[in-house]
Ligand binder design. Structure first.
Ligand code: B3K
Ligand code: ZN
Length: 870
């Protein structure tokens, strides 16, 4: 929908309950791709003001008829506009019947009922149900649903909806039907319908109370063998949720369906999860270790929503973090359990820093619970999800494991079946612990990443170390003044001989505080924010030698990794500054500390390969942007190249040895241990290749030719493409020919192409828009080519002449005409513009203004305006 006048925002402070309760909803679908007929019957009871009209949402659908208690309404009995159906006079208790049509095959937004690959799918969260039928499309209207689906039997042999299958049968004219009933009250955003031809893989799970639950995964014909890992992940998730949170599955069956065209990762519809096929299908040959890992965590995430999201849902969309933050926390804990807590923590923090910290530091910054929005779709952000999860983690750190579990038990017991708020959630933990958590609530209200500054004072004769703590959160849009928040500050000391002692957690609730640590062993070094207990930026000026000591001895692996990152960050900042000013940087003694420490890490046989692989990763460009002002992003990328080369030159022997040692002859296994060995091996190869030696390229080519799994194959390909144009081109062509019939692998190919540096590559990337396999309507493919370009091709995206930004913006505008939600998300990458040098700032501002001038959708308008600070 195009907007001519300034749209009005929805505000948290305006919340009012709906005026009616809808006890039951009976939906009848007569499926036809061009024109599907939907009949809805709702039992309504007035719960609000007497005489209040009935206001229903509806968008892009055509009304046929409205009846109350069996009597059809006249056209004058109701008002109908582009977004609402308003019935003025309704009784206090009545049955409302609505008939309308929608056009699934024209639904390029992929919200509501749509067609993908000749099958029907739905996506209703957040506001897609209104694109199916007229309804109060808000999360606090909870009803039980009975759904009848009718369709041509040959074309759509499988008919699915939420809950339990009650009845099915054949009809005249080659049609058939199925009736589904979901006994649990739910909001309409959890409604789902699927129809088409699928292959199924089936299994079952016995719950803790002994109920046998059939589990079915529906995939495109021929893909069944690729769903085994998802099924395995599902069963492990179900078992884990019983143990870790006492949550048992409730319905009589659980289903997951894969779909190729999908706006994001997956959706937790009650009993019928729908997944982007990229996050469900995997086998050794076509999926990477990272794909497997992500599938495991997203399958768990959607399953965990059954309690955190479905059984207890959100009162309004401002409370989105109630279900998302908690569910991300739960999936992170699950992954930690399955794959090792320390490494999982490092990965989660990396992701937080890559996506959430920039958001919190830029014009799109918003609190974990925002107070207003134009389009709620724009608020499925790293802040709501990832920072939201960090808040739950802090809550657990502050309360301790036992009280945290007591609080969550209390939450599930008291709020089951309701649409709740963050206040109610926090109250459960207050009730369970007897603590006052009102200050903790500020984390939900204040945007911005706090900076925690640390200073230390040693008194050798008294054997004390005084640690001063100071917290400060800088202004964010709409919030100029911030107040101190409550955060767990974890610390420990490391003696010169490597002993780790005096481990503690200090709850900090004031702007400043000091702690005096006693019985200090001379020469001990302080390690703070262990485990990244507080999601803050730590400002602690430690020497390179101290950081190297932490890297060598910390028992908290997160902090050990972090010490290396801090060293690398300082080096990269110095190098970027030097490149920008056109000077050759002086040889920094810290480089020696860093590469020596990396070498020692690589040599240490007691350290596992997964940690070594992570230790070899340097901080991302987005992280450096936040630590500097007026940056030339290409200088950052060049500094990264320089540091990677320095690692290779200084650790060549270890990298070569580990590359060889971590080869494996055994059959591919996606387990964490094997994946870690592959990650290490491929990180070594990638670093070694920066040296440009012919033998390394030959090794990469050999790996590419003989790999029996996608992780090794694509890592080798990436290495070739980055370091040798001719070899890269040749291998890339072979790869495409090998996999051109597989959509998910072709997505990977597009993403690889889009990451190629060099001016000539930019022309090639742009020409891929005309490639036979490019699909401008498919979110996965667009994200691979266009999203990949912005994320992993700094040299072309930030090209000085502005060509990268213009190309990217053209794609956003093009996508906005089809799918505003996806377009707005793409546009969000410009949020970092104020960190860049003034030349790039001007270029990006120009693009954002161009977007606005083109009268974009509400989704895109909101992002563009906010990004500009308007
Ligand atoms: N709840 C969905 C996300 C829906 C996004 C709508 N714009 C998936 C998830 O978070 O589990
Ligand atoms: Zn979620």
């Amino acid at each position: 929908m195009r907007t001519d006048t300034a749209p009005t925002p929805t505000r948290l402070s305006d919340y009012a309950p709906f005026d009616f309760n809808i006890e039951t909803v009976a939906l009848d679908f007569n499926l036809d791709p061009a024109k599907t007929r939907v009949t809805s019957q709702m039992k309504m009871t007035r719960t609000g003001a007497a005489g209040a009209p009935l206001v229903l949402d509806g968008e892009d659908i055509d009304l046929i008829s409205v009846a109350i208690d069996g009597t059809a309404l006249n056209r004058s009995d109701y008002r109908l506009n582009q977004t609402q159906l308003i019935i003025k006079n309704v009784p206090d208790t009545f049955t409302l019947m609505i008939e309308n049509t929608c056009a699934p095959k024209d639904n390029t937004q992929l919200m509501g009922l749509y067609v993908s690959g000749g099958r029907f799918f739905t996506q209703c969260e957040a506001e897609g149900f209104r694109r199916i039928t007229y309804f109060p499309d808000r999360p606090d209207v909870l009803s039980t649903y009975r759904v009848t689906v009718t369709a041509d039997k040959a074309a759509y042999p499988t008919l699915l909806s939420n809950g339990n299958l009650m009845e099915e049968g054949d009809l005249d004219g080659g049609r058939h039907f199925a009736v589904w009933e979901d006994p649990f009250r739910k909001p309409c955003y959890l409604f789902a319908l699927v129809a088409g031809e699928f292959d199924t893989i089936s299994d079952s799970f016995t719950t803790m109370s002994g109920r046998d639950i059939p589990l079915d995964i529906y995939v495109d014909p021929g893909d069944a063998s690729r769903a085994d890992y998802a099924m395995d992940s599902l069963k492990r998730s179900m078992a884990w949720d019983e143990k870790a949170f006492g949550r048992e599955y409730d319905l009589d069956r659980f289903m997951i369906v894969a779909v190729r065209d999908f706006n994001f990762g997956a959706m937790e519809n009650k009993g019928l999860n729908i997944f982007n096929s990229a996050l469900l299908l995997a086998d050794a040959k076509r999926a990477t270790d990272m794909n497997f890992q992500r599938i495991e965590s997203v399958v768990a995430h959607e399953y965990f929503h059954n309690w955190t999201g479905n059984r207890i849902t959100c009162r309004d969309w401002f409370q989105l973090c109630l279900k998302e933050g908690f569910t991300v926390f739960r999936d992170q804990e699950f992954s930690a359990h399955e794959r090792g807590a320390a490494l999982q923590r490092i990965k989660d923090v990396k992701a937080l820093r890559a996506r959430q910290f920039p958001e919190d530091a830029g014009p799109l910054a918003h609190p974990v619970r925002p107070t207003q929005y134009l389009k709620i779709d724009n608020f499925y952000t790293a802040t709501i999800y990832e920072k939201g999860a960090e808040l739950i983690r802090m809550l657990k750190a502050l309360l301790g494991e036992k009280l945290f579990r007591k609080g969550s038990d209390h939450y599930f017991e008291t709020l089951d079946g309701t649409a709740a708020t963050i206040e109610q959630f926090i109250e459960c933990f207050e009730a369970a612990s007897g603590r006052d958590l009102s200050q903790f609530m500020l984390w939900y209200e204040q945007a911005g990443t706090p900076v925690l500054s640390i200073r230390t004072k040693r008194d050798d004769s008294a054997q004390t170390l005084t640690v001063s703590l100071e917290q400060k959160t800088y202004p964010t849009p709409g919030q100029s003044r911030k107040v101190p928040m409550m955060m767990p500050v974890t610390m420990a000391l490391i003696a010169p001989d490597g002993e780790v002692y005096a481990e503690q957690m200090i709850p900090l609730s004031t702007a400043k505080d000091t702690v005096t640590l006693r019985d200090i062993k001379p020469g001990s070094i302080l390690s703070v924010n262990r485990g990244f207990a507080a999601p803050v930026t730590v400002n602690f000026d430690q020497t390179a030698s101290r950081r190297a000591h932490i890297m060598a001895y910390e028992t908290d692996l997160f902090s050990r990794w972090e010490a290396g990152q801090a060293l690398a960050r300082d080096l990269l900042i110095a190098q970027t500054t030097a490149i920008q000013s056109g000077k050759m940087p002086a040889v920094d003694p810290a480089l020696r500390y860093y590469t020596d420490a990396i070498r020692k890490t690589l040599q240490d046989k007691t350290i596992d390969p997964g940690f070594k692989a992570l230790a070899l990763g340097i901080p991302m460009g987005s992280e450096l942007l936040l630590a500097m002002d007026n940056v030339d992003p290409i200088a950052i990328a060049e500094a990264g190249d320089w540091l990677r080369r320095a690692i290779a030159d200084n650790c060549q022997i270890e990298l070569s040895r580990l590359y060889t040692e971590n080869q494996s002859d055994s059959e591919y296994d996606p387990c964490a241990q094997h994946a870690a060995r592959r990650a290490l091996k491929n990180a070594c190869l990638s670093l070694l290749a920066t040296q440009g030696r012919h033998d390394t390229k030959a090794t990469a080519k050999g790996q590419f030719d003989t790999a029996d799994n996608m992780t090794d194959e694509i890592s080798a390909l990436m290495t070739l493409m980055r370091n040798d144009d001719a070899m890269g081109d040749a291998a890339s062509d072979v790869f495409y020919e090998r996999w051109k019939d597989d959509d998910l692998v072709v997505d990977k190919w597009f993403a690889l192409q889009s990451s190629r540096a060099g001016k000539q590559s930019f022309a090639q990337i742009a020409s891929l828009l005309d490639h036979a396999a490019y699909q401008s309507h498919n979110p996965n493919r667009v994200r691979a080519l266009v999203g990949g370009f912005a994320m992993s091709n700094p040299k072309n995206f930030h090209a000085y002449d502005g060509s990268g930004y213009a190309f990217y913006t053209d794609r956003v505008i093009e996508m906005d005409g089809k799918n505003p939600g996806v377009a707005a998300r793409l546009l969000g990458v410009f949020e970092i513009w104020k960190r860049l040098d003034s030349h790039r700032q001007t270029l990006i501002k120009h693009q954002l203004n161009r977007v606005i001038a083109g009268k974009p959708s509400k989704n895109v308008l909101e992002i563009a305006q906010k990004a500009l600070g308007a």
